[in-house]
Design a protein around this ligand. Sequence first.
Ligand SMILES: Cc1cc2nc3c(=O)[nH]c(=O)nc-3n(C[C@H](O)[C@H](O)[C@H](O)COP(=O)(O)OP(=O)(O)OC[C@H]3O[C@@H](n4cnc5c(N)ncnc54)[C@H](O)[C@@H]3O)c2cc1C
Length: 318
Amino acid sequence: MKVIEHINNSKKTLFSFELLPPLKGHNIGGIYRTIDPLLEFNPSFINITYHQEEVVYKKHKSGLLEKRTIRKRPGTVAISAAIKYKYPSVDVVPHLICGGFAKEDTEYALIDFHFLGINNILALRGDPPKSMRVFIPEEEGHSHASELVSQITRMNQGKYLDEEMENTTATDFCVGVAGYPEKHLESPNITSDLKYLKEKIDAGAEYIITQMFFDNEKYFSFVRNCRETGITVPIIPGLKPITTLRDMNILPQVFNIDIPEDLVKELNKCKTDEDAFRTGIEWSINQSRELIRFGAPVVHYFTIGVSENIRQIASAVF
Ligand SMILES: Cc1cc2nc3c(=O)[nH]c(=O)nc-3n(C[C@H](O)[C@H](O)[C@H](O)COP(=O)(O)OP(=O)(O)OC[C@H]3O[C@@H](n4cnc5c(N)ncnc54)[C@H](O)[C@@H]3O)c2cc1C
């Protein structure tokens, strides 16, 4: 089923989560061990992230640096297919990014998903690789997620890049996009960010999943601002429970988000990462309960490969 159908068919808040493909060299078993404990909470869908190639430099004994391009977490397409067929009751939502893809590559990826019977995509621009500060699109690629959404919408109408092709099969993807309650880090202000978010919806996206936030007021005001901008699609809150003490400093840096004062106070009382892990669970349970009371269509959890905290949150909330 498509994500939008799950939402439209349900009268209550749904549960979903996001997984990262394993690091290169590791087995898919870790993915199943993350999913299995969460199945009892009936996840409607599972998202699988996509990671662009990174440039790394290997230092040789001679002192010379060798430039290498590697993908640390390959396998999004295969993992999506494996999950779809291992867990027939759960839908899978692979992420598709602009970074590293020419339009032709995007078309091939979409053809693969279509043939695999996967009809959900989360369309993203992607972050710049760690070694770069700015996002640089491929020569024949997309600069913004809205362009990727448009390409998928055209394929849903049977229009492929080669316009001379005849009797093509239309794909049938339900497309979601990312939204930022505390604004995207490159965006000059919230108004500008919302304008471009609306472009993604106008291009054919059917729902939004938000970046993580720790203060529900940020989500409530984001929803209000979206509605005032004319964005009417469902807005799914994304939550990441704190797992270590370092999260307090790392998450704001990486994701351009605030940690509210009350949570900082609680984390400052923690002596170990185990204490922080428990605090993260409690905070997330309270956030989830309030989001459900608000009527959020789904509460979506970023697992980062750890499911014990999500299991405890889901058992308290769903
Ligand atoms: C739920 C979720 C899942 C994610 N999953 C992944 C993943 O799997 N892999 C990954 O690499 N990253 C992932 N990301 C991170 C995301 O790729 C980054 O935040 C990226 O920097 C922006 O992606 P976007 O799709 O929001 O980009 P866009 O919507 O293209 O926006 C990027 C920036 O450009 C601006 N902008 C948009 N359109 C225009 C325009 N036409 N002209 C000028 N400015 C414009 C926006 O305001 C914003 O500041 C995820 C983020 C979220 C919230």
